[in-house]
Ligand binder design. Sequence first.
Ligand code: SF4
Length: 417
Amino acid sequence: MKCILPWINFGTSTYGRPRVCGYSDHDAQWEVLFTDRGYPYPPPPAEQTPEHILKSDFAQDWKSWLNKLENSNINSQWNGVYFREIRKSFLRDEWPENCKRCKHVESLGGTSKRMDENHMWYEKYKHLIDLTNDDGSLPYQPQHLDVRTGTICNFKCIHCSPASSSRWNEDESLIIKYGYEVVENNDQWIVQDSKFWDNLDISQIKRYNFLGGESFYNKRHNEFIKRLNESPYAKDVEIAYVSNGSLKFENMENFKKVRLRLSVDGAEKAGEYFRFGLKWNDWCNNIKKFPSNFDVSFQWTCSNISMFYLVDTYDILREEFPNIRFLFNNHVTEPYHMSVQNLPNELKDKIKHEIDAYMFEKEAREVLPFYINHMFEKDGWNSHGKILLNYLNDLDQARNIDWRASFSEMNLEKYVE
Ligand code: SF4
């Protein structure tokens, strides 16, 4: 049991923290790394950290990891302790803590990101695994780069937060009430600072993976793409995006392939409430035509609201865009009040019944059992039903919208005493 990503992919979190991929739990991985060595986690501030820890290579790795990519670089992080230990775990056929999300999906019979990525890349790159040194380091640089282009975004979706969308900062009352982390200037490493983009070795990297925020709303990203598109390397480069699909996709005609995944949670009025900023008709017009090097899919995320509207959303999109695949790729765990587990049992039964009765395509039928199992795995409604309704009321007030009209088919109030 292995995942090919630690051998080929270098990722960053929204704030520039290195990680293996977008599903990484890097905090859990560091906790194990610290506690296995008998060090406390999180470690005390530098001035209180014992000398022997401060002087170890391990502490140096931790410090440069904390410094993000503003003051560190891909070359040194790629063979830092975080990446090395993950590779060593996979070589022992053990799940690293970093990868518990994939482990969970597979334990419920789902198709994990690991399985998807291995399907695409394992055969091509498996020979690299044999090049691993005993300490987990590799004698080459990553071929794939997976970058979160900061939090800058023109949407503020209701399962999101200021940690992923700058536009969420407009809703101060919600941020305070729901205890979201206040994010200030955390985009600087990628939005304004030129070092990250300018230091990328575009002659080596063959695949880029961008996700925001909204990458196409990031000026530095757009400048970089234009430069790369005009370079002699463009014809060998594949770029993958998850995008909200609301902006123009320009300067990309020279790339070998552009894989574009368009986030979707609901259609029409439900979709507009969910993905605040979305204008459904404009969005449909924007995604009508793509250059021939584009491979476009819809990417649906499972939450309580999106699961309720799944059949509807799927039906509308398959009808209007028969050439765009519909992919099921993720599920909300935080905030928990948006999890699919936070639904009344009666609605869960209704959803299951509708999904069973609908003629989904084969691909969808294969992956849907995971989302249904996950929905029934836990009853969240008793503890979080009221929180969801309060949250929707607060969203209405802050954004001057009306969830009762947008989600009228759910009739949620009926289920709260
Ligand atoms: S197992 Fe999953 S979380 Fe771990 S690196 Fe692979 S895809 Fe990412």
